[in-house]
Design a protein around this ligand. Sequence first.
Ligand code: FES
Length: 158
Amino acid sequence: MELSEKTIEHFRNPQNVGEMENPEGLGTITNPVCGDLTKLYLRVRGGVVEDAKFLSFGCAVTIASASVLTEKIKGKEISQLLSGSDDEIISRLIGLIESELGEIPAAKLHCPPATVQAFLEAMAGYMEKERDPQFSSRIKGLIPLVSSYYKRGEEEEG
Ligand code: FES
């Protein structure tokens, strides 16, 4: 399977690439499957994600995933992004990326989860500092749960 047109489009013209000074949240994740690094920065005002940026030393799918996620979370209320059960939150965030990118080759299914983990880490950091340390621990606890999404490619490749 080849990369979808949307993936190629976001890879060639990624949105929100760059660093952010004094972000409210910063998540840095090394993909456990391939070792590629993604950093995601958040600017949060009044409970709303005002801006998001990323840096990625990863493949086309990871760059496209971070481009999509940073676009989709901008302007969203945190309560909207992080409501529901653990599974609902994780599948919502994965879904934001994958519904935009379309089908992803099995060998690349381990790429989008790293972006989701970077976002959760950034959000947990923001919550811990500024809002709700208890909710921060819950969000941090979701990061290892995203690992099941890394294994999808292995299952499909057999
Ligand atoms: Fe490493 Fe996609 S992020 S192969």
